[in-house]
Design a protein around this ligand. Structure first.
Ligand SMILES: Nc1ncnc2c1ncn2[C@@H]1O[C@H](COP(=O)(O)OP(=O)(O)OP(=O)(O)O)[C@@H](O)[C@H]1O
Ligand SMILES: [Mg+2]
Length: 475
């Protein structure tokens, strides 16, 4: 159970936290005394500390320093009242995860708590590496394929160094997992890893999130803000989705990597930091460079050590091991028996294209454990998309179309530039429908009943469409 320690000298605030957090399934421990909080942390672990820094007996910043010394990786959210933000800002500089001004909205506080716990999860959950970990205690990177062994070797080679690492791969291939493994095996694992998702924030906000900003630096900058790079000093920064960063922010990141220094937005003061940078992207950076969306110099700076993670369809030998791992894990969490898998079902799973890669496989295994309730997983329990491919694509085509969306788009673009407008929409759909029906009839040897089933259409509907397109036999 997730345990949160709340330190506040006002009993009403402590009670409010107890009510707010315990209904959400957190274990809450409260105290009004910083000494006691520190004493507790010496013997017990907790996942998060919420600390009021206006305490009567000990300076809040001293309390923070001692908590950080004892539990450097546990996030601390500081609270401050009386309209003064200076101490709060100082606290974030000294490693507090975030600050909240009192009085606060419960929603806002909960949001911050959720974010802090997610950050804690990424740092804490141990990631084991590779082939022999069939029943690992925590999480593991599973897969014995040659390409995955290269990944493990690369992690081993770079983890102990301070070199910048770029992790590349399609969505769901395990980039974040690899970043966490590198962090946990690094010399900086005793200090936090700060994660920023560059795709989640608009341009100015991202820049301010990373580098900080002075009051009034942009519309909405109401107070000085300490950036994540400054907070991460001494530790590790994971820049996720780095391919989605604006050119201006890219320039700042480049300078940070080269000189280890930057300025807050709206400030001339140069700040030096010592941060190890890991980053990940599923974008085609080479293409982004030719399109002028990604800086070539930054690319070369990042590309010193690249760990490519191949899509699952290019390492199908890993599929049985992953299935076994996820079935076992889901069964354990749900407290049910791990279901056996019929040979035919395994074959279908192994033949499927997995456009969502390992994440898609993980989710499917969770669903199967729930739905089959411990009974053998049969081929018929699998989603149509997984069954369809092995049946020669007869029932479900969506994943294949998703795979080739780019090509479809190219055709559509070409069509729109050449069509004379007017009925373009209907005209294109008609053409595609005609091709679809022609092909279905071909595959079913001209048998309309079979073609209708293949298309999921009623027979009279198919008949009408065949007439419309002049596809009746003899025409
Ligand atoms: N080799 C693996 N062994 C075990 N679990 C894996 C493996 N690869 C990925 N996973 C799991 O699959 C899920 C997706 O992985 P992760 O979030 O690391 O992917 P990602 O590449 O960062 O995806 P995205 O580009 O969508 O952010 C996670 O739950 C992760 O634990
Ligand atoms: Mg990711």
């Amino acid at each position: 159970m997730t345990r949160i320690l709340v330190v506040d000298d006002e009993p009403t605030v402590r009670r409010a936290f107890e009510a707010l957090l315990s209904v959400r399934g957190y274990e809450v421990v409260t105290t009004g005394d910083a000494e006691e909080a520190i004493h507790r942390l010496e013997s017990d672990d907790c996942d998060l500390v919420v600390l009021d820094i206006c305490l009567p007996l000990m300076s809040g910043l001293d309390a923070l320093a001692r908590i950080k010394q004892l539990r450097p990786v546990v996030p601390v959210i500081v609270m401050t009242g009386r309209g003064t933000t200076d101490t709060a800002i100082e606290a974030t500089k000294r490693g507090a995860f975030e600050y909240q001004l009192k009085p606060f909205e419960p929603r806002e506080m909960l949001d911050t708590i959720t974010k802090a716990l997610e950050a804690a999860r990424l740092m804490k959950g141990r990631v084991d590496l590779g082939p022999e970990t069939t029943e690992p205690a925590g999480e593991a990177i599973v897969g014995r394929s040659l390409v995955m062994q290269q990944v493990y070797k690369a992690i081993g080679r770079v983890a102990q160094t301070d070199v910048t690492v770029l992790i590349r791969g399609e969505t769901g291939t395990g980039k974040e997992l690899v970043a966490r493994a590198i962090y946990q095996h690094s010399q900086r694992s005793h200090l936090p890893m700060t994660v920023v998702n560059c795709a989640a924030l608009p341009e100015t906000l991202l820049e301010s999130e990373l580098f900080g900003s002075e009051r009034g630096a942009f519309t909405g900058a109401v107070a000085r803000r300490i950036g994540k790079f400054e907070q991460a000093h001494g530790g590790t920064m994971f820049l996720d989705e780095i391919g989605d960063m604006s050119l201006a922010t890219q320039a700042k990141v480049l300078r940070l990597l080269q000189e280890r220094s930057f300025e807050r937005l709206g400030s001339n003061e140069t700040i030096q930091v010592d941060v190890r940078v890991l980053c990940a992207t599923n974008r085609d950076l080479e293409k982004a460079i030719t399109e002028g969306a990604f800086r070539e110099d930054l690319y070369h700076r990042l590309n010193v050590v690249t760990i490519p993670i191949p899509p699952l369809r290019e390492r199908r030998e890993d599929i049985p091991g992953l299935i076994d791992y996820f079935l076992g894990r889901s069964a354990r969490t749900l407290g049910v028996k791990k279901p056996p898998l019929a040979d035919q079902a395994l074959q279908l799973l192994q033949d499927y294209s997995w456009p969502g890669n390992v994440r898609e496989l993980e989710h499917l295994m969770q669903q199967l454990v729930i739905f089959t309730g411990g009974y053998t997983i049969q081929a018929s329990d699998l989603p149509a998309a997984v069954q369809g491919r092995a049946e020669g694509g007869s029932t479900e085509r969506a994943p294949m179309i998703e795979d080739q969306e780019d090509q479809w788009l190219a055709l559509i673009r070409q069509y729109l530039t050449t069509s004379s407008g007017g009925a373009a929409h209907q005209d294109l759909l008609d053409r595609i429908e005609k091709l679809l029906i022609t092909e279905a009839l071909r595959q079913s040897g001209g048998n309309q009943t079979r073609a209708a089933r293949l298309l999921g259409l009623a027979r009279p509907t198919l008949h009408a469409k065949m007439q419309k397109y002049g596809l009746m036999s003899g025409s």
